[in-house]
Design a protein around this ligand. Structure first.
Ligand SMILES: C[S@@+](CC[C@H](N)C(=O)[O-])C[C@H]1O[C@@H](n2cnc3c(N)ncnc32)[C@H](O)[C@@H]1O
Length: 254
């Protein structure tokens, strides 16, 4: 059982990074590394209580035999755990991130599990191309909100995915003021509170992720939900889970 004093102490360290310390750096990569380097060791424990539906998103995708899976903005590589024993079916899984500290944690996880087919790569999610050229599955968990050109990241994922291949996304968001009828509509308080709250950590909630994904991919699954945030009782942050398919008859890469 976890020692509650240790948990609170490591939570306080993480909260200091989240709530007080501002990420410094001239480039996006420098700001990410500056933000994460002091909290990489505690990352998994804290984020497990905050980043909801990751396991379900990963387990909603069938693991393709001999396939290539690219996790963009992979952090410590926790998503690889969520695949379970089926990870052995993949010929290769790539964990792509710009934070060396988080990728070090991913490498330790890979070594501990003895995964020979999982590779961490320090690279920008909007430009990474696997050696195989294309992928069967591309996933983003809570990374699109931290990628400034998130639309470019989705376009790039589309070009990487083989026709008939899958995309899985889970992330925080707010709805549009006037969303499509089929989508959830958040009240003014939700739309106005969460965007500035997350933006102080360079996490930018967008009302446009879902419409963009729906426009680009065939929908396999879409769920709009809310989840707890540690130390914020009574309120729940909205997130969505999307599984899409690139049309089987898609021609070209765009
Ligand atoms: C909130 S974390 C989520 C990490 C992981 N997917 C998870 O579910 O725990 C967002 C991640 O996106 C990464 N990231 C942000 N922008 C990126 C970019 N342009 N290219 C690659 N990774 C990026 C960050 O370094 C960070 O690890």
């Amino acid at each position: 059982m976890a020692n509650p004093i240790k948990t609170v102490a490591s939570d306080m360290k993480t909260l200091w990074h989240l709530a007080v310390r501002r990420a410094k750096g001239k480039t996006h990569a420098e700001r990410l590394e500056n933000f994460y380097s002091g909290q990489a060791n505690n990352y998994d424990d804290f984020r497990r209580r905050m980043l909801h539906s990751r396991e379900e998103m990963i387990q909603s995708v069938n693991v393709p035999e001999g396939g290539v899976w690219v996790d963009l903005g992979a952090g410590t590589g926790e998503n690889a755990e969520h695949i379970g024993p089926d990870i052995e079916k993949l010929s290769q899984m790539y964990l792509i991130d710009l934070s060396e500290s988080l990728l070090d944690q991913a490498q330790q996880r890979i070594d501990a599990r003895g995964w020979g087919n999982v590779k961490p790569v320090c690279h920008d999610a909007t430009t990474f191309v696997p050696a195989e050229g294309q992928a069967d599955v591309v996933t983003f968990s809570y990374s699109l909100t931290m990628i400034p050109d998130w639309f470019r990241a989705i376009d790039h994922a589309y070009s990487l995915i083989k026709p008939g291949g899958k995309i899985g996304v889970v992330d925080f968001y707010v709805s549009r003021k006037h969303p499509d009828e089929a989508l959830k509509k958040h009240p003014w308080g939700t739309r106005s509170f969460w965007q500035p709250w997350f933006a102080s950590d360079n996490v930018f909630l967008s009302p446009d992720h879902i419409p963009y994904l729906l426009n680009k991919f065939e929908t396999v699954k879409l769920d709009e939900r809310r989840g707890k945030i540690p130390y914020l009782p009574f309120i729940r942050a909205p997130h969505y889970l999307f599984i899409g398919q690139k049309p089987v008859d898609a021609v070209g890469q765009d």
